[in-house]
Ligand binder design. Structure first.
Ligand code: PEP
Ligand code: MG
Length: 875
């Protein structure tokens, strides 16, 4: 079996496609040889050996020794040097390299092959004893550190002692004799540590190989893979690359550099990188000397610079992506040590993808595939940089409910939040046990929202997402004491006015104030690539919007209509919640009609604004669906005010409220059940919708109102509510004498509705899957309470993901698929959409595409993500 792959000056046994076997570095080195680029020859020990090594108690396959010997002989022949030769010693580097790049996670050893004899040969050959002893002592240090685990600081101490005796500060001030002395002291460090430095180069090589394979399972590497979603078993292991050493530190005609073919920060097409004359790679990394920009190389060695430019262009063409290249110049000769697809910022990712497509290097489809939902998320929301997060003090982690990064002083109630922002010009983080409609103004004023309970579809999450505001919910580690105005978290007590930072993208809560980076917005390359996505996708993308403002934001993000207006959300505002409560707590028809007559004009205004903002695109308006617990007044003061307005006694109203109390509000008196009991509510809302539409028709605008009935369970129920709507609507249209077409449809949110969708479709003119409730009722997980236990389900691997975030294809998804098929069996042209929070989640969007839905609908800030995901689902 073949375990070792040789790459020489002109021929290589591997190629770029063999990443799994040779690792990224090995495969690309081989590929560069094939392309005719200068690479120092060497060989790669495959990742299969790594797997074998771990499967067989750290032993190698029998054939390996022979294969490595043979490869080394070829290397000696090609370089004209000898491994262990005291005349012309062959020195090698030994580096790790897995199929995915794991920067700095595993081990590297340079200058291997040096010992007390070969160093003399190197001196003879190079005529530069200082350089040779320096190379030797670097090798001793790396080998001791990496292979024998001798404390790095012991070597530092030895080096310092020589410098001190010499009376100098910098390594560069040490001459050949000093360096020889350093070598001696380093060898003593080995002795003192009770270790022996192997003088035999072959022993060095095998020990180094063991160390590199061993580093595959070091803590850092394991953690890195876990963080990057690589499961154990996905990869065979790391390869080991043994490469002829080339030296960038042999004089001023030598040097080393790292370059990107495009700017990894901005994506601009210009050479970006650093060059350090007379240095080895580690000097650049260690930051001992400041490297020059690449332009400096142009001055120092224009021929090499031009050669590099030419190579960079060819590499980009070949790999069809931006490259990150390491190179060394040895006595004026260029060598490439590595190339890989360069890491880049989200902005650069998008720009480079778009530019490459325009340059004809990749197709538009490929460009769309290279943009990720995460890129869009970061470009549209503020974020904390990696550097900021590294030094931040993390307090807790909750459920990431709405992305972004926010810092502010803590307020524990919405009034204080508003006041601090309005009167004191502060930035505020609103911290609550949970939020309710009364908190809306405080939420709007705050930079971000943190709640200790709730899940992805709880009030705080849905509202914050709609506002595009950073939000974390279900952060159980936070204990809020609203009255004492303080919170306990992880043994710390934070008070009102203390600084707090939250990352809504990861769910992490941090102490103090962290600087965030402002978003780019939907413009430039991002807008362009989303335009391409629109050409490709077949799924429509609508938005969930409750106000004209949200509607126009969503239009700006490319929404093609509204898939859900939650009319109860219009009453979250303080001046309106009052009328809403009045309606809910009315005990007589008369009282209710009075409250409704207040609500009607407000709603009509809103609908007018929303229709207008949507510029003739369809607008789905849902009849009232208020889980009562979100709207009932709790404070005595509120109850008193309300009682007065309604001409009732406090006690009487209090009793009504108590009567309305439900043990299970999410499955209680909500949705169309409200319309069944109080038809006048559905009638009022229909009048508001149709009234607004008629106005606009008269103004000459095209309006497509779609009236949607929530929480339907049964055909007869739908018939009943629909009749109320149709009667009111037709009457108004007839009276106004206008041409207006409207539709009446329903949400499918209860399993029974999905199961009887064929019957329901006889009356429903469209379906919209409310997958928040459908998930809640299919799983039997309360939307507001599952935060308490879902973490355990995820940790223990019982559920792969949060089902309220990513649509559960096997269970809930089956209901969606079946409901769609059944619905279309009675009404073939049935338009079907989804308006649960899943409508903006990429994997769920893909599912919707696969089961043939007509559109997805999501909060405004997720519209761009849905457009992308819908296109990616096609490709
Ligand atoms: C749903 O249930 O998925 C839905 C969109 O309605 P709401 O979240 O308002 O219950
Ligand atoms: Mg619902």
């Amino acid at each position: 079996k073949k375990y070792v792959y040789y790459f020489g000056k002109t021929k290589a046994e591997g190629d770029a496609k063999m990443k799994n076997l040779l690792g990224g570095k090995g495969a690309n080195l081989a590929e560069m040889v094939r392309l005719g680029f200068p690479v120092p020859p060497g060989f790669t020990i495959s990742t299969e050996v790594c797997k074998y090594y771990y499967d067989h108690g750290e032993k190698y396959p029998e054939e390996l020794v022979g294969e490595v010997k043979a490869a080394m002989e070829m290397l000696e022949k090609e370089t004209g040097k000898g491994f262990g030769s005291a005349e012309r010693p062959l020195l090698v580097s030994v580096r790790s390299g897995a199929a995915i790049s794991m920067p700095g996670m595993m081990d590297t050893i340079l200058n291997l092959g040096l010992n007390n004899e070969t160093v003399k040969g190197l001196i003879n050959e190079s005529g530069n004893p200082r350089f040779c002893y320096d190379a030797y002592r670097r090798f001793l240090q790396m080998f001791g550190d990496v292979v024998l685990k001798i404390e790095h600081s012991e070597f530092e101490k030895a080096l310092s002692s020589v410098k001190k005796e010499k009376g100098v500060k910098l390594d560069t001030e040490l001459d050949a004799t000093d360096m020889e002395e350093v070598v001696k002291r380093y060898l003593e460090v080995y002795k003192k540590a009770g270790k022996e430095f192997p003088q035999d180069p072959w022993e060095q090589l095998w020990m180094a190989t063991n160390a590199v394979f061993g580093s595959w399972m070091n803590e850092r590497a394991i953690k890195y893979r876990a963080l990057n979603g690589v499961k154990e078993g996905d990869l065979l292991g790391t390869a080991v690359n043994v490469c002829t050493m080339v030296f960038g530190n042999t004089g001023d005609d030598s040097g080393t550099g790292v370059a990107f073919t495009r700017d990894p920060n901005t994506g601009e097409k210009k050479l970006y990188g650093e060059y350090l004359p007379n240095a080895q790679g580690e000097d650049v990394v260690a930051g001992i000397r400041t490297p020059y920009p690449m332009t400096k190389l142009h001055e120092i060695n224009p021929a090499v610079y031009d050669q590099l430019l030419d190579i960079f262009e060819k590499l980009e063409k070949h790999y069809r992506d931006m490259q990150d290249i390491e190179f060394t110049v040895e006595h004026g000769t260029l060598y490439l040590l590595q190339t890989r697809n360069g890491k880049r910022t989200p902005y650069a990712s998008v720009k480079i993808a778009v530019d490459l497509a325009k340059e004809g290097l990749i197709t538009k489809e490929e460009a769309v595939m290279r943009v990720t939902p995460d890129h869009i998320e970061t470009l549209l929301h503020p974020y904390f940089t990696k550097e900021t997060l590294e030094s931040a003090e993390k307090l807790a982690k909750g459920i990431a409910a709405s992305p972004g990064a926010a810092s502010g002083v803590i307020a524990f109630d919405p009034e204080t939040a508003e006041r601090m922002v309005r009167d004191e010009g502060k930035m505020v983080i609103l911290v609550r046990p949970e939020t309710s409609p009364e908190d809306i103004a405080g939420m709007a004023a705050a930079q971000g929202i943190l709640t200790s309970t709730g899940g992805k579809t709880s009030h705080a999450a849905v509202v914050a997402r709609g506002m595009g505001k950073t939000c974390i919910v279900g952060c159980e580690a936070v204990e809020v004491d609203e009255h004492a105005k303080e919170m306990k978290v992880n043994g710390k007590i934070l008070k009102e006015g203390d600084w707090l930072s939250i990352d809504g993208t990861t769910g992490e809560v941090f102490m103090g104030k962290l600087d965030s980076v402002k978003p780019q917005g939907l413009e430039g390359p991002l807008a362009e690539v989303l335009g391409w996505a629109d050409e490709i996708r077949r799924l429509g993308v609508r938005t969930n919007a409750d106000t004209p403002k949200d509607a126009s934001i969503a239009r700006g993000f490319g929404a093609e209509g509204i898939g859900l207006t939650r009319t109860e959300h219009m009453f979250f505002q303080e001046d309106r919640i009052f009328a809403m409560r009045q309606m809910i707590t009315s005990s007589t028809l008369e009282q209710r009609k009075k409250a409704l007559s207040k609500l009607l004009p407000m709603q009509e205004d809103d609908f007018y604004g929303i229709f207008k903002a949507m510029e003739g695109y369809p607008v789905t308006i849902r009849l009232l669906d208020p889980p009562l617990h979100e709207f009932l007044p709790k404070e005595d003061e509120d109850i008193r005010d309300l009682a007065k307005e309604m001409g009732m006694g406090y006690d009487e109203l209090k009793a009504t409220i108590e009567e309305l109390h439900e043990f299970n509000p999410m499955m209680g008196f909500r949705g169309c059940r409200l319309a069944v009991v109080y038809p006048e509510i559905a009638e009022m809302q229909t009048r508001a919708i149709i009234g607004a539409a008629i106005k606009l028709v008269k103004e000459g605008m095209n309006v497509i109102p779609e009236i949607m009935i929530p929480l339907i369970i049964e055909l007869e129920e739908l018939k009943y509510v629909k009749a109320i709507i149709v009667k009111a609507a037709d009457e108004m249209i007839r009276e106004a004498g206008v041409d207006l077409v409207y539709k009446v449809g329903t949400m499918i949110e209860v399993p029974r509705a999905a199961l009887t969708a064929d019957e329901i479709a006889r009356e429903a003119e469209f379906f919209s899957f409310g997958t928040n409730d459908l998930t809640q009722m299919t799983f039997g997980f309360s939307r507001d309470d599952y935060g308490k236990f879902v973490g355990h389900y995820l940790e223990k691997g019982i559920l792969p993901t949060d089902p309220f975030q990513k649509l559960d294809r096997v269970g809930v998804g089956q209901l969606v698929k079946m409901g769609t098929e059944k619905g279309r069996s009675t009404r073939p042209d049935l338009k079907v959409g989804i308006c649960g929070e899943h409508g903006g989640e990429p994997s769920s969007v893909e599912f919707c595409h696969l089961v043939g839905l007509n559109y997805v609908s999501c909060s405004p800030y997720r519209v761009p993500i849905a457009r992308l995901a819908a296109a990616q689902a096609v490709i």
